[in-house]
Ligand binder design. Sequence first.
Ligand SMILES: Nc1ncnc2c1ncn2[C@@H]1O[C@H](COP(=O)(O)OP(=O)(O)OP(=O)(O)O)[C@@H](O)[C@H]1O
Ligand SMILES: [Mg+2]
Length: 272
Amino acid sequence: MKLAVTGKGGVGKTTVSALLARTLAARGRKVIAIDADPDSNLAACLGHPHPETVRPLIEWRELIEERTGVSPGTTGGMFRLNPFVADIPERYAVDVGGIKLLVVGAVKKGGSGCYCPENTLLRALISHLFMDAETALVLDMEAGIEHLSRGTLGSVDRLLMVVEPGRRSVETALRIQTMAFDIGLRQIGVVGNKVRSGQDADYLKEALPGLDFLGLLPFDDRIRAAEAAGRSAWGSSTEMERAVETLVDVLENTPKGKSGSDGPDDIRGKRE
Ligand SMILES: Nc1ncnc2c1ncn2[C@@H]1O[C@H](COP(=O)(O)OP(=O)(O)OP(=O)(O)O)[C@@H](O)[C@H]1O
Ligand SMILES: [Mg+2]
């Protein structure tokens, strides 16, 4: 199971990633969580006591150079496009509550779609890590769509678009959906977050017709308070945890091949 969590800034991608990772781990899976947001904060959200001590992969210059053949910060040149990554979770991940966390860190040059050694390593991690049936990979992504590319997302099982009730979050979700179709990614699922009422839920479903809603997560001020205090999202709200359990049930029970939506054209049709 390889899940990439995306959506507009602030909708709850990191919160959802952390809770998914925790829930999957509690179900006995080996979980690898990758924080691919340059402005990383998944470690704190997972409950790491000293997130500032987690060294991002980008700072392992020797590792990047050894695997890609080129030193970080370099663009162009000849570097290996398929670096060996199988040992990276074991050797470089930090353990947070049984989850193996890898923090990528901020790539200095270009967007995340760029062909620089740092991104090549990230792409290889996402595509080539060996995944047995017991392993789950949760990828917490940067907000927006600029960094989304076939190289990074081509091998994910599902793109989870987190949306909150609100126009801008919905618009970003529609853009992400179009982009996902452009790169051939069909397994898209929507996770409604910060839902306060049935009206909120209806708003999202009406605004995103034809998309597969995998779960609705409640607004809970205890989640926000935990984040503000630098505490783990896990253990703050039983309602939220229950909703994430249901989401994981859906993820585990929906066959991989199932298309998440009818495609942007169908949706446009339905909206007219
Ligand atoms: N269900 C929820 N109820 C209440 N607050 C929430 C909920 N989910 C997330 N939040 C709060 O919303 C804020 C943004 O959440 P989070 O950092 O997970 O979003 P994000 O999409 O990862 O943001 P960014 O785009 O900056 O990476 C945080 O303060 C978080 O605690
Ligand atoms: Mg985030």
